[in-house]
Design a protein around this ligand. Sequence first.
Ligand SMILES: [Fe+2]
Length: 294
Amino acid sequence: MTNYPVNMAIHPEINAFFDAATNTISYIVKDPTSDACAIVDSVMDIDYAAGRITYDHTDNLIATIRKRGLKLEWIIETHVHADHLSAAPFIQGKLGGKIGIGAKIMVVQDTFGKIFNEGTEFQRDGSQFDALFEDGDTYMIGNMPAFAIFTPGHTPACMVHVVGDAAFVGDTLFMPDGGSARADFPGGDAGELYDSIQKLLTLPDDMRLFMCHDYGPNGRDIAWETTVGAEKAQNIHVGGGKSREDFIAFRAARDAQLEMPKLIIPSLQVNMRAGEVPTDSDDNPMLKVPVNGL
Ligand SMILES: [Fe+2]
């Protein structure tokens, strides 16, 4: 395993914003020693039936940052989400900051560029983003060092971002009673997901883990924070030393029963463009539906 620069002595201040429409949690991550902050996994609201995009969820984050006089340095995407739209460019237009994602975004852009029959004008080199992270890459949020861990499986470009004693796990893990994310989207791989989760579970037991999603299984309240130790002991899909073979078999059976996320069609088109809505030949914002293409 890569030797990641873990530093449990740094404690970022974390504000969570739950989006009830998509069960997504967005985060503001603040450096306690400066005004610098980052946003992880923002959400743009869409009424897909009406083709209407709004920004209520994101406006909350923006208002919080403005009210506290913070300086937004990074807008991080843990991966190309298939269940909600990123608001990264909208936020960048208001507050600045660099939009970053895993370098393997190019694989995702190539896969879905074909499925959505995007023309040659759709670049598949990640150039829509300001930063492309490789495994172990480091960056700063104010005085806090942060780094990215490559965690493919749910998608081929997933990354977990670690800031001090806090890790933003994207869809690599859910809360212990939620298990793990599906691995059946194009480019997904249950074996890779298992390996990525094992890599995460080698982080210190008291590392705080922040989920991208929670669905409140079995009627419990929505939650988004746990620890490496809790996941190791209790995660219903990988805890207690579940084997790779068992996990792959379990995921294949489970994923076969899952419906497509309601917003997968608009989400992929927008998120593979770093959150920009595609436009037609007259420059109108426009989304496609590839019939029987997914
Ligand atoms: Fe996802």
